[in-house]
Design a protein around this ligand. Structure first.
Ligand code: PRP
Ligand code: URA
Length: 210
């Protein structure tokens, strides 16, 4: 499995929160809080190379040379499970646009089926952060990166929480230019395409629909 362009966070706060997120006893309210908190921390790391421009700011005392973001950012949550990753990250970059992509995995073929995409004709952002907690077979992530590239997105980053080696390899093969940011890389997929040990179904656990 390629490790190039794969960034696993070893941050103690992320690792601690992940241990509670995985726990089958964690209720949906706590699960949603953790998804939100881990996403903020991962997005902080994933955005460390965003472009800056120098600006002069008048403080009450003098002029300070400061930096401001230059690129327009798009947050692209994959429905449903990516929804829980939006709010916290958005608070850190309130000027970002949010473009939802609706995909579900066909439970037999495990292929992504698209049901929502309202992207306008021309791209409106320079950097897209795909948000989805689970990178399993990689089908949903690859389909979303395909959609964004067709749209004209120049820079795409994937921010997930748990990945399987199969999903990382597939996303990397299809889109080697897309960095993959995860809290953890797990062992494998099981026979029905779930990540092991994983955390179960990220959508169901957030929305209480298990
Ligand atoms: C989950 C998850 C990803 C996808 C990952 O969504 O949120 O989008 O599976 O699997 P893949 O890497 O094999 O494509 P799911 O299809 O369960 O839809 P949901 O979030 O609406 O429940
Ligand atoms: N989607 C999930 O929510 N969990 C998995 O383990 C795989 C796909």
């Amino acid at each position: 499995m390629p490790t190039e362009n794969l960034f696993i966070s070893h941050h103690p706060l992320i690792q601690h929160k992940l241990s509670i997120l995985r726990d089958k006893r964690t209720e949906p309210k706590k699960f949603r809080e953790l998804i939100r908190e881990i996403s903020v921390l991962l997005a902080y790391e994933a955005t460390s190379d965003l472009g800056l421009t120098s600006v002069a700011v008048e403080t009450p005392l003098s002029t300070a040379r400061c930096c401001q973001l230059t690129e327009a950012i798009g947050l692209v949550p994959i429905l449903r499970a990516g929804l829980g990753m939006v709010e916290g990250v958005w608070e850190m970059m309130p000027g970002a646009e949010v473009w939802h992509i609706g995909l579900f995995r066909d439970e037999h073929t495990l292929r992504p089926v698209q049901y929502y995409n309202k992207l306008p004709i021309a791209p409106t952002v320079q950097v897209c952060l795909i948000l989805d907690p689970m990178l399993a077979t990689g089908g949903s992530a690859v389909a979303t990166a395909d959609i964004l590239k067709k749209w004209g997105a120049q820079r795409i980053k994937y921010v997930g929480i748990i990945g399987a080696p199969e999903g990382v390899a597939r996303l990397h093969e299809a889109h080697p230019d897309v960095p993959i940011h995860l809290a953890e890389l797990d062992e494998r997929l099981n026979e029905v395409g779930y990540i092991v040990p994983g955390l179960g179904d990220a959508g169901d656990r957030q929305f209480g629909t298990a």
